[in-house]
Design a protein around this ligand. Structure first.
Ligand code: NAP
Length: 333
């Protein structure tokens, strides 16, 4: 397409460190490879892993651009070899392994989903990273079923708000932990059945109390470390614990007797290094099971703040302040 420029503005990390290191630079517009599309980015979601990457703690996988950004929404402006779907001109949101903080990004066609008609580009940009992560861990791996109880740590985070919406949409009972009374209230407003201020209350005791002593059937854990033992104590018999982050440390002691007696399953995953085929399978499941809920207007992501792409540093500072509830989104124009 002739209106695609040779260069674009992208936000580069430069030297790992504080948010101010994020700065606008001019980079060549990338070329879509076989099986990929080029997207003109309207908006990009900000996620905690971007913050870790900026600090030098989460390097991009081999062969992936150093520009941060794991999710975008925009228009397909060029298709690589073999791609007919999505077509040029389609409005898509996409999970990318990097490069989202830019005016253009390439994405595997398999990782693109249509922008739901009821949502804006900014709302659609807030979907991929958390919806892929939550759907994969909670539903495809931990197999949460209607009527079961899901305990979500960090209920007001981007991941947490998505988990509340999805679990409620599929008929589960939801208990969350969050660090302030205001965040607990926000989670209850979103549909959580119980919210525990983890800084003031013991989440194990409160979870058992809220489930009549049974415990949670599934735990979505972004804390790790010493939370493993406490999650196992808060889990129901046949419970499943899905670990997706290690804010309290990467090592934990596993009590095998509790594991066996309660017949627990403990698993974990990271999304970014998975193959395009694996991410394509998650995309297909989301399109089939979740996307109809956007069209029927029963699902809408929680956006805390929208900022211009050039103010990515401010977006990171906001995320690091912990003041946000839901997602932070960057827009390009
Ligand atoms: N494995 C994967 O595939 C994958 C993919 C995406 C994200 N993640 C991880 O998922 C987490 C959330 O990501 P995000 O983008 O949604 O970030 P975010 O909005 O910044 O959320 C971080 C959350 O962690 C919570 N938290 C910290 N310590 C806690 C504790 N002791 N108990 C309960 N909650 C605690 C915070 O809650 P308060 O503010 O209430 O203290 C906050 O809500 C991050 O750790 C990220 O690295 C993993």
């Amino acid at each position: 397409m002739s209106d695609i420029p040779a260069t674009m503005t992208a936000m580069e990390i430069g030297t790992p460190g504080p948010p101010e290191g994020l700065r606008p630079v001019s980079r060549p517009v990338p070329e879509p490879g076989p099986g990929e599309v080029l997207i003109r980015v309207a908006a990009a979601g900000v996620n905690r892993p971007d913050v870790l990457q900026r600090r030098g703690l989460y390097p991009p996988p081999r062969g992936v651009t150093d520009i941060p950004g794991l999710e975008v929404a925009g228009e397909v402006v060029r298709a690589g070899t073999g791609v007919t779907n999505p077509a040029v001109g389609a409005r898509v949101c996409a999970l990318v392994a990097g490069g989202g903080y830019a005016e253009y990004v390439t994405a595997p066609a398999a990782q693109c989903l249509p922008v739901p008609a009821a949502l804006s580009m900014e709302e659609a940009a807030a979907l991929p990273e958390t919806f892929f992560t939550v759907y994969y861990n909670v539903f495809m791996r931990a197999r949460l079923r209607p009527g079961e109880t899901l305990l979500i740590h960090g209920g007001s985070s981007g991941i947490g708000t998505t988990a509340i919406l999805l679990a409620k949409a599929f008929g589960a009972r939801v208990i969350v932990t969050a660090g302030t009374a205001e965040k607990c209230t926000a989670c209850l407003t979103l549909g959580a059945d119980a919210a525990i201020d983890y800084k003031r209350e013991d989440f194990v005791a409160r979870t058992l109390e809220a489930t009549g002593g049974q415990g949670a059937d599934v735990v979505l854990d972004m804390v790790g470390g010493d939370y493993l033992a406490r999650n196992m104590a808060a889990a129901a018999a046949n419970g499943r614990i899905a670990v997706i982050a290690t804010q309290h440390g990467t090592h934990a002691e596993l009590d095998l007797v509790t594991l066996m007696k309660k017949r627990l399953w403990v698993g974990g995953s990271t999304l970014r290094p998975q193959t395009v085929a694996a991410k394509g399978e998650i995309a297909a499941a989301l399109r089939r099971e979740v996307w109809p809920l956007f069209e029927s207007k029963s699902l809408r992501p929680v956006i805390h703040a929208r900022l211009p792409l050039r103010e990515a540093a401010r977006a990171h500072a906001l995320m690091e302040s912990g003041a946000h509830i839901g997602k932070i989104v960057l827009f390009t124009r």
